[in-house]
Design a protein. Sequence first.
Length: 342
Amino acid sequence: MKVVYSNEHIDHDPRAFIVRGRMKRSNEQPERAERLLAAVRADGYDVIAPDDHGPGPRAAIHTPEYLRFLETVYDRWQLLPDASEEVLPNIHPFPGQPCTYPDSVVGQAGYHMGDAACSIGPHTWRAAVGAANSAVHAAELVLGGERAAYALCRPPGHHAYVDRANGFCYLNNSAIAAQHLRRAHDRVAILDIDMHHGNGTQGIFYRRSDVLTISLHGDPHLFTPFFTGHAHERGDGEGLGYNINVPLAKGTGDEAYLAALARVMETLRAYAPGALVVALGLDAHERDPYQALAVTTPGFARITAAIARLGLPTVLVQEGGYLSEDLGPNLSSALRGFVSAA
C-alpha cells in the first residue's frame, strides 16, 4: 500500500481553540502527522508526495465563494484594525432566517466558519490544499489499479461542509476523494470510522444517491457535533436511505464496535459500490484525549480487516486521532489489519 503525504501542513499550527468558554491550543497539531508519518515509515510503506491536482477536485465539492474565502481571508483579516493573529468568528447567521451574504470579512468569517475549532492562520490554506491533493492522489492510485492507498491528510476534512469550515476541517478530503472516484464508478461509498460524526460529509451528500455515506461515531447527545449524527438522519429527496448513522454509547469497545460495523456492512454490500473511501479516524481509541469510545490498538486491525474483506478498491483518508503515545501504533495496527486481509 502506498502512502501519500504532503509536508505543506507543517506551518499550519492553529492556536485559537475555544473549549467550554476557555481559549486553549488546538488539539489538531503538526505533531499528529509527524507521529503518523514516523509510524508508516517504520513499517516500511512507500511514502510519496502528491502531485498538484489543481483546483478542479476542490471545486467539485466546495462553492467558489467558500474557496475564495479560504484562500484570501487571512490577508484580508490582517488589514482590520486590532485584528487577532488568527481568523476566528464571533457572529453567525441564524438558521432558518433570511441571510444576505456579507461584504465584511468579519461577517464572512461567521458565515463560513461553523465553530471556534477551525481558526485560520497564514498557512492554513496551503495546508488544506496539500491535504486535498493527497486525497486526490490516493484516489488516482486506486483508479490506476492499486488495491488501496492511504492519504495521510492533515488538516482533516470530514467536518467541512460545502461552504463551511468546522471542527479542525477546511476542505473535505474524504468527500473530494469520493467525488474523484465517481469519475470511474457509478456508485461510491464513504465509511467513516472517526469518533466524531462526519457532519460535513453527510451535508455534502445528503440529497444524493450516488455516494452512500455511513458513519459510526460517539453518541451526538454527548459529543460534538451534537446537532447531527443521529440515527433518524437518513438523507433527503433522492438521497433518502443513502445516509446511515450509527451512534455508539460512551465506552464502546472492540466487540460492540465490530458488531455495529458488521450490521452496516450488510447495507454497504447491498449498495454494491465500485469503490470505497474509509474516513480513518483513530480517536475511537481507549486512550485518545477525547476518551469517548474504547477501541483497543489491536481492535483497529480487526476493524480494518473486516473492511478489507469487502474486496473493494479503497482509499483510506486520515481524519482524527490526537496526541498520545498510542497514535502511531494505532495507525500501524489499522494499516496492518487492512493489508493482511486485502
